[in-house]
Design a protein around this ligand. Sequence first.
Ligand SMILES: [Zn+2]
Length: 115
Amino acid sequence: MLCPECKTELEDGAVACPICGWELTEEEMAKWLVIGTIQDPPFANLAREVLRSQGIPAVVISGSGFFGNIGLSFNPIFGGGKPGAFEIMVPRDYAEEARDTLDMTLGDKWQPDEN
Ligand SMILES: [Zn+2]
């Protein structure tokens, strides 16, 4: 992902930027939205790749309890250790574009969340 402040390329799942000091805060998280869920890990991974190729900074969250994690760390896609759906999260500004993109590329392999 790119740092939202200085556009430095950060590691996937980074929550802070070593260049400008940007940190992912709860306030930042509030700007993100879960747009839907995917059951199969390969499709969850594909969804993330497809969205990123469109310039959409998508994050895939495994299991639940993301917001309950102290430090708001991004779980690596297969690191949750918990079977079940993967949630696709994007910044609110990208939600509509992301939904359209996933509809076109994944079809019924993903379940849009209408909220
Ligand atoms: Zn930065």
